[in-house]
Design a protein around this ligand. Structure first.
Ligand SMILES: [Fe+2]
Length: 351
């Protein structure tokens, strides 16, 4: 069972929640709680803006389309469905990457542990066909229920026909001969020797392929990344063709950086939440957790340099996960035109 598992109800209910901190210092954990209570931090130290919702990053011959979603959080036993707008968004994609935050387990759940139940798989498979979904297991909740429960969850995913990666012995996945996706987590709420970390993550780059990094990193409830987070993403972009992150629980700017050969590399700091069974707009501490973003890019050979693959067209949208009017129906995620956090002026129009 898990490394710090104590079966007593008192321990589970009153001790365990206070031993969860993704960050190395207590101070950082307390600052995170403060951001939850005040509904997120608006600081934008790097002065970042979003790319237009439709942006031609490079002139390529498209070979495939990759879709990205952020955190699939625990539904706390409630149903989840996806509006047609989200299904349509991912319809052109050959693969759709999702951060699967936590594990499927029958053990009891006490916040902030993230537990999934089997029905979430049918919900995700309603968003995109299961043979197109790729679940990343690398996040700060992978170790919540220990290595054995994580392994049981992955065996269930195998039986249900889901592709997954992102623990210590599967830090990357080759989705095509010229397409590798690498993942890893910067943080973990619990100790775990089975996790995929981001240290020296560039060692997983596959020469000659289009390399995507799908990292779980940064800080929760910050609308814009700190300078240290920007620096980290920039250092990864010296090795990876695209960085698409998650963990903040709110969307952060979707940007691009130009490399020394003039190629634009996608840098999406965080896609926020895809789904969450406690996404209540009017509850203090939870009100900032309804928002996310979805993105897709075409990838393929550059027209000017056919032996080199790059990202072509970027398309993205904000999404919001909210309870349905009939509470028994659970939650629904849909695309939305705006996110209340960001003024429209921060997002230039598409041309
Ligand atoms: Fe996380």
């Amino acid at each position: 069972m898990q490394e710090d598992w104590n079966p007593s109800w008192l321990h589970q209910r009153f001790v365990r929640p206070f031993t969860a901190n993704p960050y190395p210092t207590t101070g950082e954990g307390l600052r995170m709680i403060w951001r939850f209570l005040k509904g997120g931090s608006q600081d934008n130290p790097a002065g970042l803006r979003f790319l237009p919702r439709q942006t031609q990053l490079n002139d390529i011959t498209p070979a495939m389309t990759l879709g990205f979603a952020g955190d699939a959080m625990s539904m706390w036993g409630k149903p989840l469905r996806f509006d047609r707008s989200v299904v349509d968004f991912f319809a052109p994609c050959d693969h759709v990457l999702v951060n699967f935050e936590g594990v499927i387990t029958d053990l009891p759940q006490y916040a902030p542990d993230q537990k999934h139940t089997r029905p979430v798989l049918d919900a995700l498979a309603q968003m995109a066909p299961r043979d197109k979904l790729v679940l990343s297991m690398a996040n700060n909740h992978t170790a919540d229920y220990g290595a054995a429960e994580c392994r049981r969850c992955m065996q269930l995913l195998d039986r249900e026909g889901f592709t997954h990666f992102g623990v210590g012995d599967t830090p990357f996945i080759d989705l095509a001969p010229r397409l590798r996706v690498t993942t890893g987590t910067q943080w973990s709420n619990r100790k775990g020797s089975h996790l995929a970390w981001l240290d020296k993550v560039e060692r997983h780059v596959r020469p000659g392929a289009f390399n995507v990094l799908f990292p779980h990193f940064g800080y929760e409830l910050e609308l814009f990344p700190r300078p240290s987070v920007v620096d980290l993403a920039t250092s990864w972009l010296a090795h990876f063709d695209a960085v698409v992150g998650h963990h903040s629980h709110n969307p952060q700017p979707i940007t691009a950086q130009v490399d020394r050969t003039g190629i634009r590399r996608l840098c999406a700091y965080s896609l926020g939440n895809l789904s969450f069974g406690m996404a209540y707009r009017h509850v203090p501490g939870l009100s900032a957790l309804t928002w996310g973003a979805v993105a897709r890019i075409t990838v393929g050979p550059l027209k000017s340099q056919p032996d080199r693959w790059a990202a072509g067209e970027l398309t993205w949208s904000f999404i919001e996960c909210l309870p349905l009017p009939d509470r028994r129906a659970g939650f629904e995620t849909r695309t939305v035109a705006q996110c209340a956090f960001f003024p429209p002026t921060l997002i230039p129009p598409s041309h």
